[in-house]
Design a protein around this ligand. Structure first.
Ligand SMILES: [Zn+2]
Length: 241
């Protein structure tokens, strides 16, 4: 039983979302998917109450519909923010577990939208930071502060190089140091899980990028060595509560 009363979308409309859901359930409807998207999620980390009420129905469509997978993933990526819907989100626990299982099976099929689905799975696993920032490692740059001297260090992991550097607006990335990837066997926690999943599915570029992201970097300024993922995640962890 779904009680839509009070589950407003971004346009304070209680009737529109159930109607749109009925339309996408009776067949793929690009117009209805588009409208559902802007009624349920906003660009900047926001999800409406109606998004959580709609989530179980989106998950039921997700095995056959890329649009449903994408929208359910976007809702979950925003679940870490302050949305004031903790009770509604708690009611989604079963749907989230179902979505995790579905995405894991989907990733094993090595789909073209692997990264987007991988990020949705990270969100379903409540790894919101990595769900939001993980790239495909073709041209990725991350900025972290050195934990010792606080200088801003640019971390590059991509086809152009894998290094730590100081970014100079005139000269580019100067004083580059090679990153020190972590051996896969030494990975722990979410890094181990992310690498294992990507390697299992033959996503070699992603898997190798993860060993660099969870490896060490040398600060070009003070030469201390720090773990990239630890500094990055601690600086970007969403406020709890
Ligand atoms: Zn330093």
């Amino acid at each position: 039983m779904v009680n839509w009363a009070g589950a407003y979308d971004w346009w304070s409309d209680t009737d529109r979302v159930p109607e749109l859901l009925a339309r996408v359930e009776s067949g793929d409807d690009a117009e209805a998917w588009r409208e559902l998207g802007y009624r349920l999620v906003l660009e900047h980390d926001m999800v409406s109450a109606a998004g959580f009420v709609a989530l179980p129905r989106l998950v039921r469509l997700a095995s056959d519909s890329a649009s449903a997978r994408r929208l359910a993933g976007e809702i979950l990526e925003r679940a870490a923010a302050h949305h004031g819907c903790d009770d509604l989100f708690a009611d989604c626990a079963g749907a989230v577990a179902e979505f995790r299982e579905l995405l894991d099976g989907y990733l094993r099929s090595r789909p073209a939208d692997y990264l987007a689905s991988f990020r949705a799975l990270l969100a379903a696993e409540e790894q919101y930071h990595w769900a939001a920032v993980l790239g495909d490692f073709t041209d990725d740059f991350h900025r972290v502060d050195c934990p010792h001297c606080a200088v801003e260090v640019t971390i590059a992991i991509g086809g152009h190089g894998r290094y730590s550097a100081v970014r100079d607006w005139d000269l580019g990335d100067v004083d580059r140091r090679h990153l020190r990837p972590v051996p896969p066997a030494a990975l722990a926690g979410v890094g181990r899980w992310m690498h294992g999943t990507a390697a299992r599915d033959g996503e070699d570029v992603l898997a190798e990028g993860i060993t660099h992201l969870f490896g060490d970097a040398e600060c070009p300024s003070c030469a201390c060595v720090f773990n990239v993922a630890e500094e990055y995640a601690s600086a970007n962890r969403p406020a709890s509560g």
